[in-house]
Design a protein around this ligand. Structure first.
Ligand code: SF4
Ligand code: SF4
Length: 258
C-alpha cells in the first residue's frame, strides 16, 4: 500500500527530531557545561555569568513564543530519557509532582540570586566558564561526575515515569513554563497545538506517542491543548491517523484554549 504524503511528512519530522536529539546526546562532552544548572551556580559564586546562564536567559525569552520546544528537540537530558524510554512504560501522574519542579526552580533561582549578591553582582561574562578550550568533559573526574548526573536523571525517570526528570526535577523546565504562562496571559502569537475533536476516533495513538506521557486524547476531548508539560515535539500530531491535531504557529484567535 502506498504511504500517504502527509504520513511521510509526519514520520520524516519525527525522524529529524530523533536525529537532532541523538546528535545533542553525542555532543554532551562538548556542550554539557553550557547547559548545566550546577555550572551556573559555580559561576554565580564568583560573580561570573557563564555560558549556561546566557543559555537560560535565551531559553526564557524563546519560551515566550515557542514554550518548551528546547525540551522536545534539543535538550541532551531529554534525549537521554527518550533513548531509555522503551524500557520506561509508565507515565508521570499529573498533579502534585509538578510542584516539586516549580519548588526546585524557585529555590535554585533564589540560590543563584544570593550567590551573585554575595559575589558582588555580575562582575564578568565568560561563555566558556569551566571548560578547557571550550570542551566540557576534559578529564576522567568530570566524565565520572557527568555520568553520575545522567544516572540520577534516568533513575528519576525510572521511578516517576516517562521523561520523569523533565516533569519532576528540571529547573530549566520551570523557567520555560513561566515564559509560556506569561505568553498565555498576554496572548501574542506562538507555536502550539490545536485540535478538531469532531474528527477524533479515540484510538489513543496520540497519547501513546507522547514522550511526556500526557493524556493527549483527553486534551483533545476537553479542547485544552495547552499544557505546561507539552514539549511541542509534534509526536501526537504526527501519530494521529485522522489529522485531528495541528501543530504550528497560532494566533490566539486560532487557539481558543490558550
Ligand atoms: S502533547 Fe504532543 S507535542 Fe506535546 S509533548 Fe505530547 S506528543 Fe509532544
Ligand atoms: S490519535 Fe487522533 S484520532 Fe486517535 S485519539 Fe488521538 S486525536 Fe483522536
Amino acid at each position: 500500500m502506498t504511504e500517504k504524503p502527509e504520513t511521510k511528512q509526519a514520520s520524516s519530522r519525527q525522524n529529524i527530531r530523533k536525529w537532532i536529539l541523538i546528535l545533542s546526546f553525542i555532543l554532551i562532552p562538548v556542550t554539557i557545561f553550557y547547559i548545566s544548572p550546577i555550572i551556573v551556580m559555580m559561576g554565580a559564586g564568583e560573580g561570573v555569568a557563564t555560558g549556561s546562564l546566557l543559555l537560560y536567559i535565551a531559553l526564557f525569552l524563546l519560551s515566550l513564543v515557542v514554550a518548551r520546544l528546547w525540551c522536545g528537540w534539543l535538550c541532551p537530558m531529554g534525549a537521554w530519557q527518550e533513548i531509555c524510554s522503551p524500557v520506561i512504560k509508565h507515565t508521570v501522574k499529573e498533579g502534585w509532582r509538578n510542584w516539586i519542579k516549580y519548588g526546585i526552580t524557585a529555590i535554585w533561582l533564589g540560590m543563584l540570586a544570593l550567590a551573585f549578591f554575595q559575589a558582588g553582582g555580575i562582575r564578568s561574562v565568560d561563555p566558556i566558564y569551566g571548560t578547557v578550550n571550550g570542551i566540557s568533559i576534559s578529564s576522567v573526574q568530570v566524565l565520572m561526575m557527568v555520568g553520575i548526573i545522567f544516572l540520577f536523571i534516568i533513575i528519576i525517570a525510572f521511578i516517576t515515569g516517562k521523561r520523569g526528570t523533565c516533569h519532576v526535577f528540571c529547573p530549566i523546565a520551570g523557567i520555560m513554563v513561566a515564559g509560556r504562562k506569561i505568553r498565555n496571559l498576554i496572548h501574542w502569537p506562538a507555536l502550539g497545538l490545536s485540535a478538531d475533536a469532531s474528527r477524533c476516533i479515540d484510538c489513543q495513538k496520540c497519547s501513546k506517542a507522547c514522550p511526556m506521557g500526557l493524556d493527549v486524547n483527553g486534551m483533545v476531548r476537553k479542547d485544552e491543548m495547552e499544557n505546561a508539560d507539552c514539549i511541542l515535539c509534534a509526536s501526537c500530531a504526527d501519530a494521529c491517523p485522522k489529522g485531528v491535531i495541528s501543530y504550528g504557529w497560532k494566533t490566539n484567535e486560532q487557539r481558543r484554549d490558550s
